[in-house]
Design a protein around this ligand. Sequence first.
Ligand SMILES: C[S@@+](CC[C@H](N)C(=O)[O-])C[C@H]1O[C@@H](n2cnc3c(N)ncnc32)[C@H](O)[C@@H]1O
Length: 168
Amino acid sequence: MVLKPNTRMLEICCGDGFNARHFYSSAASSITALDFDKDAIPHAKRFNSAPNITYLQRDIRDGFPLGPFDNIVWDAAIEHFTEVEIDKIMSEIVGLLGLDGILSGYTLTEAKDGKKSNALHEYEFKDKEDLRRFFTPHFKFVKVWETIYPTRHNLYFVASQTPIDMFS
Ligand SMILES: C[S@@+](CC[C@H](N)C(=O)[O-])C[C@H]1O[C@@H](n2cnc3c(N)ncnc32)[C@H](O)[C@@H]1O
């Protein structure tokens, strides 16, 4: 919905590269896809390579590749960071996106009993407003929405310094 035409994309926390190859590479002029997992990146290079994707093993808490980027995608991974880490990462993302770049992604909500769904999760979000508060100090335009199914309550986000046209 928010990928720009011929976008220069950064996918952070890309995992095995499935999404980069199957969902994003046809829309992008270039993709830099990174993850800190030492097994994920060799797997991505072997099974999900494409001429316009560069995979990097990188911990985003230690810094980002040089921008600028038109789209930054952060799927299913913001919950792997602490509140302080998320705030620092947002600041860096803002610098890489400039005035009209777009950050997008999704996460899941915390279970009603407060138990984490995965031991690797640092912070799980209570609801849309709890997620939105991480973006609003950094971005002028923020959209957060949700899907609710019996076994899964997801939260989705897009954020930019310019108004976001979701369906162009
Ligand atoms: C649930 S997976 C999501 C993978 C992929 N984005 C997807 O949607 O299928 C979360 C990913 O975040 C990565 N990750 C967690 N902390 C990270 C960090 N500090 N720097 C880079 N990647 C990280 C993990 O290695 C893992 O591959």
